[in-house]
Design a protein around this ligand. Sequence first.
Ligand code: ATP
Length: 367
Amino acid sequence: MVATDKEKQFLQIQDVVKDFDGHRAVNHANVDIAKGEIFALLGPSGCGKSTLLRMLAGFETPTSGRILLNGVDLATLPPYERPMNMMFQSYALFPHLTVWENIAFGLRREGQPKDRIAERVEAMLKLVQLGKYAQRKPHQLSGGQQQRVALARSLAKQPQLLLLDEPMGALDKKLREQTQIELVNIIEQVGVTCVMVTHDQEEAMTMATRLAIMSEGRFLQVGAPSEIYETPATRFVADFIGNVNLMDGTLTVDEPDHVVIDCADCRHFVGHGITGTEGMPVTVALRPEKIHISHHQPAEHEFNCAPGKIKELSYFGMFTVYHVVLPSGALIKVSVANTQRHRDESYTWGDEVWVHWSRSAHVVLTQ
Ligand code: ATP
């Protein structure tokens, strides 16, 4: 089903700025978020993601710009009248109330009829699969179960928008991975639109339909996880998401479709699709898994390859990461899937090798 313009522009963040005593925490943020999306705000500490989330919730007021939900300017609504709910990292469950009472809390405060409350709480317990824990207190639950109660409570009032502030922050790594999938399944079942804040890139990549990479209050790039990983727009984004090798060089345009980048250790043949001027400084970003390693010099060796020596290797089970020192002393990381490795191909510390990659492996960055 094709989304209508209204559905594509369910939540609109329009040129939003937030200043605190002369410090700009959010700097002209712009994005349209579609109905049913899970949208993540991702960036390092202090980049402004919580401030933006708090403006959506109404806990902070934008210095300028507008936020519209379903076409309604949220500036006209105080926090308690906004059709949204926020789930905090700490879950903020009431310790003296049972799971059932925690989920019912918001509905009771609204003065909803008893049978309606019971119906919603039962539906939420079923959704998060905690029916048999209804009479327990939060301290009698595991971290993951507490998180599901907090989610059930946030969804009980059927918000149009769910705000998640570091939703996995309190969970350990293994539980986080499992819970990320559970949470996405629940959010998708309910169909609620979701904005989440996280500084954990894996979490954002796993859970979000799209994400905004923030730095110093600005959106550097907005896109689907694969788009951001495969085609980062800036050096910061390339470096922030996943592992990457960054090589600085200069552009040479021999002919319109013969673009070459000269770096210290190698020449990259980029081909067409790059606009730039002769001698322009650029950065080439290469993901470690897109680089191949071999004992022999590749047949086509003028471009996209370099000799080196294995300095370190780390075995991760599914793949091995090799740190190869290039002639200039620069290190390049190469990740080789162990399933794909040929049995007679083995590399160890000190081996003289060649690293090489196809020209589609490049991302050329100009900023
Ligand atoms: P973290 O991941 O550490 O929570 P963040 O990306 O969520 O960081 P924010 O909390 O939004 O960042 O803060 C952005 C900037 O605004 C920071 O420099 C912070 O010090 C500043 N800031 C946030 N709230 C206030 C406030 N109430 N008064 C003054 N400055 C603030």
